[in-house]
Design a protein around this ligand. Sequence first.
Ligand SMILES: [Cu+2]
Length: 171
Amino acid sequence: MKTTTLLLAASLAAPFAQAHINLEQTSATAGAYQKLTFRVGHGCEGSATNSITVVLPEGVTGAKPMPKAGWTIGTVEGKLNAPVMSHGVAITSAVREVSWKGGPLLDTQYDEFNMQVKLPDAAGKYYFKVIQVCDKGRAEWSEAPGAPGAKMKFPAPVLEVLPAAAPVHQH
Ligand SMILES: [Cu+2]
């Protein structure tokens, strides 16, 4: 009896973790032009989603949202803390936020929101804060892992940027 309960608890926990707002891509290469797909698994405690805003982490530039039928795109440009080189030119400001407003996306439905970005040259974990606004209520997906095993209620979508392969030595 006890085993059955534990197994059931485990099988319920796994899909729930996938149901948040998360990134389809888990890792990518430093410096690459990368497609990012934000997956919206549910609304705000049952209420339909009518906007999501993605806040780009420092170093992620060149954001180009993919148009989406039924949704209006908005972007917010801002200064970068450190200039980024692009095609030999130092970029000092870039899109910092991308939003899609529209829908509504019902809690019983699922959708995906795409953009292309230029990833930074520095490897590491990059957290994309997402603000979800619903007909009733809102959610900020902004938590980064703290202590190991600590439970997060609203984890931020994360992308692991891996070092670019060292150039092949050719004679
Ligand atoms: Cu969730």
